[in-house]
Ligand binder design. Structure first.
Ligand SMILES: *Cc1c(COP(=O)(O)O)cnc(C)c1O
Length: 501
């Protein structure tokens, strides 16, 4: 209702009774006009009724919603939705985003969806700039695919600007399959670069990056792809050093910042790299950084033309859902809401790290907390302590036991010398980011965005009880082994378990 109609209501009810609603409405209109003129992340989050009103109004700009009665669809893509539940799930936003040639282009039939797409991209750029990348995030676009596929599109968008024989992607090794497959799917050849051991941590071998560039020649290389957020004991790559090499040799530099927006350290590395050297594009996941369902990735960079080329590489239209989810979430949180989430996450990390350290102190015979202070999100607990030989028990059992007790996301890395083949490439010690990481097996746990104190505490309680059992199991195993050696087999393992249990 516009303000004239709202005032006209005063003829139907006592004018004074309308005051609260009129005040709310004025506030909403002010926030909306501020949003549309600034296209920046608001300081304070919006309420649910405000979000609902906004999305309904925008949906009514699409022809399949407002004009559906008088709409004469004679095309093959008319935004028709037959199931009412599906229609409601999308607020009637059925046309998607983009046109045949460009995922950022507006659609004549869907002004509302187009507004959502463009407004979301503006807010995402502002979000990245406000949270650590004032220089690197000149421009951002949401592509409705997850991170691996978005990295693939970034690589493909570079093809036309590289020499025709450029096929190699230099890639400091990170044992995560989707970013590796992004290179393969783009039709390029990955050149994994083993990390260096620095204390317990795995860091970028910058010297190897340089010698590989010199060995193969810059013209045979499409790009260098580095990573910020990763599982400990690997730590974020030395982005500025790699960026300087990329500037020196004229090579594109893509950064996999999968869940890096949640840690200022990752964002600072990106911004720093873009000021000290060359950084073309950095990619982050919507679900990991914004707490929305899986489906979108944000591609950003310091040069708007380079970012736009990625959007133009995407063939055809795309789902509007990830943009709608991101828009509503950014407005729901506001700058202050996201800052609160970051603070909460940092506190969860400290709590988890300190909790694991004290637990490791209590179980020092079977575990040790690895010193991976440069990784701001993920922690690793070496499953070998001072007292034991690590033999006897299977580390994978601990991962399975954690899962059975409701802990998801914890992962046990065996790091043995077994070879794993991915798309025809052989990796030794797969999972540990290095051929022979000396402190495997280990257990990973991460403090991700949205993690609560209760989750940290419950995880520590479960892990503590499992390690206590584990210790007992090792005693049992060694008793049995002794008994076997002595040829004394009639004292069965089960009996012993009962005795000790
Ligand atoms: C999540 C993640 C990816 C991408 O996975 P998607 O399922 O494609 O989002 C890539 N690299 C790292 C380090 C990740 O954490």
């Amino acid at each position: 209702m516009n303000s004239d109609n709202l005032l006209a209501l005063g003829r139907l009810v006592d004018q004074r009774h309308l005051q609260p609603a009129l005040g709310w409405r004025r506030g909403f209109e002010n926030r909306l006009s501020h949003l549309l003129s600034q296209r920046r992340l608001p300081e304070q989050g919006w309420s649910e009724p405000e979000l609902e009103l906004l999305i309904r109004e925008l949906a009514l700009l699409d022809m399949n919603n407002a004009n559906s009665g008088s709409c004469i669809g004679v095309g093959e893509r008319e935004g028709r939705v037959v199931c009412p539940l599906v229609y409601r799930r999308h607020f009637g936003l059925a046309h998607g985003i983009g046109r045949s040639g460009d995922v950022t282009a507006g659609q004549p039939k869907a002004a509302g969806s187009s507004v959502i797409n463009s407004l979301t991209n503006s807010l995402l750029g502002d979000w990245l700039r406000q949270f650590g990348c004032p220089k690197a995030a000149k421009c951002a676009v949401l592509i409705p695919v997850a991170t691996g596929m978005a990295l693939c599109l970034c690589l493909l968008s570079l093809r036309s600007s590289r020499p025709s024989n450029a096929k190699l992607v230099l890639w400091p090794r990170i044992d995560q399959k989707s970013c590796f497959k992004a290179i393969i799917t783009a039709g390029f050849t990955p050149v994994p670069i083993e990390p260096l051991l620095d204390g317990d941590q795995l860091v970028t071998d910058v010297t190897a990056v340089r010698s590989l560039i010199e060995q193969h020649g810059p013209d045979s290389i499409v790009a260098v792809m580095t990573t910020t957020s990763c599982f400990a004991p690997r730590v974020p790559d030395r982005l500025a050093d790699v960026a300087k090499l990329c500037a020196e040799f004229g090579l594109p530099h893509i950064v996999n910042n999968a869940y890096g927006v949640q840690a200022s350290r990752c964002m600072n590395l990106i911004n720093d790299a873009s000021t000290k050297g060359r950084l073309d594009l950095f990619v982050q996941s919507c679900d990991k950084n914004l707490l929305v369902p899986v489906g979108g990735a944000v591609i950003a960079g310091p040069d708007a033309a380079v970012v736009s080329r990625v959007a133009a590489t995407y063939p055809g239209r795309a789902s509007a859902s990830p943009s709608t989810d991101a828009l509503l979430t950014l407005l729901h949180l506001g700058r202050s809401g996201f800052a609160r989430l970051l603070d909460q996450r940092a506190a969860a990390y400290t709590r988890l790290r300190d909790g694991l350290a004290s637990l490791a102190g209590r179980h020092s015979d079977c575990v040790r907390l690895l010193d991976t202070g440069k990784n701001p999100i993920s922690l690793a607990l070496c499953l070998r302590g001072s007292g034991s030989s690590s033999g006897g028990s299977d580390p994978g059992r601990l991962g399975a036991a954690l899962f059975r007790r409701g802990c998801s996301g914890a992962r046990v890395v065996a790091g043995d010398d077994k070879r794993v083949s991915i798309e025809g490439y052989e990796f030794q010690g797969y999972g540990a980011h290095q051929t022979a990481y000396p402190f495997a097996p280990y257990l990973n746990a991460a403090a991700g965005l949205g993690m609560s104190e209760t989750e940290v505490d419950s995880f520590l309680v479960v892990l503590d009880s499992l390690l206590t059992k584990e210790f007992r199991q090792r005693e049992i195993d060694s008793h049995v082994a002794d008994a076997d050696e002595q040829g004394d087999n009639d004292y069965s393992k089960d009996q012993l378990t009962e005795d000790l249990g």
